[in-house]
Design a protein around this ligand. Sequence first.
Ligand code: GDG
Length: 504
Amino acid sequence: MRKGCGIDGDDQQERFDFVVVSNRLPVDREIAHDGTARWKPSPGGLVTALEPVMRTNDGAWIGWSGTAGDEVEPFTTDGMHLVPVTLSEDDVRDYYEGFSNDTIWPLYHDVIAPPKYQRDWWDAYVRVNERFAERAAATAAEGGTVWVQDYQLQLVPRMLRERREDLTIGFFNHIPFPAYGLYSQLPWRSQIIEGLLGADLIGFQRRADAGNFLRAVRRLFRLPTVHNRVELPPQGEGRWPNSGGARPRAVVARHFPISIDARAYIDLAHRADVRARAQQIRHDLGDPGTIMLGVDRLDYTKGIGHRFAAYAELLAEGKLDVNDTVLVQVASPSRERVESYKALRDEIELTVGRVNGDYGTIRHSAINYLHHGYPREEMVALFLAADIMLVTALRDGMNLVAKEYVATRVDDDGVLVLSEFAGAADEMQQALLVNPHDIEGLKRAILAAVHMPRGERRQRMRSLRTRVIEHDVERWSQDFLTALAEARPSDSARQLAAGDQDQR
Ligand code: GDG
């Protein structure tokens, strides 16, 4: 609900009972041929997840527009009230590409790439988190609920509580939280935990992530945790973490596995033009016996190289035939100014060239590599065309692609090969689960997928689909908001939880 009057006598600013804060706004600016600009919804895991919740609750969304130096006034588009935060070139380099994507991202993904610990990046992270917290404090109504998203904004809960003790604050971490042995490398490990403890409820993808976080709290602050609750004693007692408020309170840390808007994927899968496109894709690929598919941001966490290695060995050993098999790999461009991503792109593209050079023929490429982003319709057509979906992440908070693939398969066909290191594995036990580091095991799983009888494919796919359809993104947000209302039973939190239930 919107309110015209603010607190502290600031009556110009519109205030909202429900505020989402994330690094990026859920829109991209598009420049038309005539030079006019408009905002269009942007694709991506987080946007897909939160857009329906925002619309239902008429909330405000705080985030960066995606362009450095952009100074944009709050605006409403597609029924969503958006509040932009400005990031300078330096902020983007040091807070976003630096600390978020070159320190926290690799550290939280089990140091697959070496994290860089740079003090000026940390300073930028603190500065930009302050800016988001200030914006949130100025946007939330008295007694309102603020839901902060993801690893770029871990200090915001505490900074917000320092400014507004009246708010109910939730935080959701979309990426893994590492074991303490790794987490303890972080020079600012205590400050990050204090930042997060500013929330009433901290959500993680997997039970193991919540466990790792609670262990870090115990190790760093010697605070007691009971089940999933941290009891914060009155300030000044013991090694008290500075989490913002002065009052003793409890913080709950639990897992809430995120999901997708399954209905939207099912609807697309039934559309005649999308189905025709799927057939066209098959035909254009030479009507092979087996189409395998990978869809990932070009990121070192996704195990794209491991997937290629297993596939290339199967071709080399004659267990797969390039005349009858193709691997389509969509690798959408990502974080292209970060060094480790540049190196990854070189490595992946070198491998594609080698595999195609070694095993391709004039008629058939072994790997059909696409370094583009595509509209969702095209993704669904690809999912429908693919006999086997390869999700071989080395570490992944959840992996929405795995869920999108099964939601799309309205024909109950197709096989999902899924890494046990993706959060999705906890719920998707009927997939062919693999350890992507074990190349022999990965090869066995690929062959099992290629040769799996129709009956087994149907039985596995049905059970996977039931799970994803019953646990969709609306259920995720409902579960989170209900738990938030239980953690701190304010009026706004109770209303959000109840409103969400009415929607179902
Ligand atoms: C983070 C966590 C967690 C990709 N390429 C295109 C495209 N995509 C869409 C996919 C999917 C989303 O982007 C990617 O989500 P993932 O979950 O697979 O991975 P991350 O981007 O790493 O997301 C992850 C997620 O947050 C949510 O909490 O699951 O673990 O790392 O929806 O379909 N969409 C379109 N064109 C593309 O080219 N339209």
